[in-house]
Design a protein around this ligand. Structure first.
Ligand code: ADP
Ligand code: ZN
Length: 219
């Protein structure tokens, strides 16, 4: 069997990593790991990890690496059992996590293929996040103005209830953007000379962005 290929979806909060991740999953035969989704599931189920993570997430801070790294390694190893392509959404989010991802790839003989870095201006991001609605059940996102659900408050995909994430509030959004610019964005430098970095302007529509993103997978 060929070694498992890892793709990273990188970028500020609300830039569309989740949306693109879902489109990639549907089009190509692969599986996505969203650290944010794993944390939210743990919060819903009130696990120890969820309780610890919630205080950081609600403030718009990163969950400490001591909590995140083991969780991610387990998730990757589990998913790699049945998938030859893995999409990471929301990891790595600091330089230490990027280094650990290299260690994980070396340890299990995975190949880091590409870091797909989406970017958009802060005002675009704030607009997207402030009016974002998320499905409680399946995590699909909508927007109160640009991407309304057919029926108010109900997910088009699964019928689940839509809510505003506790970190999609003005204060938490501002913190998440600060954290991104100070701690996460330096990860781009880490990959700068790896030949694996693909930077994409994500202010366009999801369909237009996905055309560019899909090319990275077909090549
Ligand atoms: P977004 O990309 O919209 O900010 P996510 O759902 O990816 O949302 O993440 C939500 C929150 O979960 C982050 O603000 C952070 O607190 C936490 N989180 C997600 N991924 C990581 C990570 N790799 N390391 C630390 N914290 C993380
Ligand atoms: Zn849903």
């Amino acid at each position: 069997m060929n070694s498992t290929e890892v793709y990273v979806l990188f970028g500020p909060p609300g830039v569309g990593k989740g949306t693109q991740g879902e489109l990639i999953e549907k089009k190509f035969n692969c599986s996505r790991i969203s650290t944010g989704d794993i944390f939210r599931e743990n919060i819903r189920n009130q696990t120890e990890l969820g309780i610890e993570a919630k205080s950081y997430i609600d403030k718009g801070e990163l969950v400490p690496d001591s909590v995140t790294l083991g969780m991610v390694e387990n998730a990757i190893v589990e998913v790699a059992k049945n998938n030859s392509i893995i999409i990471l959404d929301g990891f790595p989010r600091n330089v230490n996590q990027a280094e650990v991802l290299d260690d994980i790839c070396e340890k299990y003989h995975y190949v880091l293929k590409c870091v797909i870095a989406l970017n958009a201006d802060d005002n675009v991001i704030i607009q997207r996040l402030s009016d974002r609605l998320t499905c409680k059940k399946c995590g699909t996102t909508f927007h109160k103005i640009y991407n309304k659900p057919s029926k108010e408050g109900v997910c088009d995909k699964c019928g689940g209830e839509l809510y505003q994430r506790s970190d999609d509030t003005p204060h938490a959004i501002a913190n998440r953007l600060d954290t991104y610019r100070s701690t996460t964005e330096p990860v781009l430098n880490y990959y700068q000379h790896s030949g694996k970095l693909a930077e994409i302007d994500a202010s366009a529509s999801p369909e237009d962005i996905s055309k560019t993103v899909f090319k990275l997978f077909s090549s």
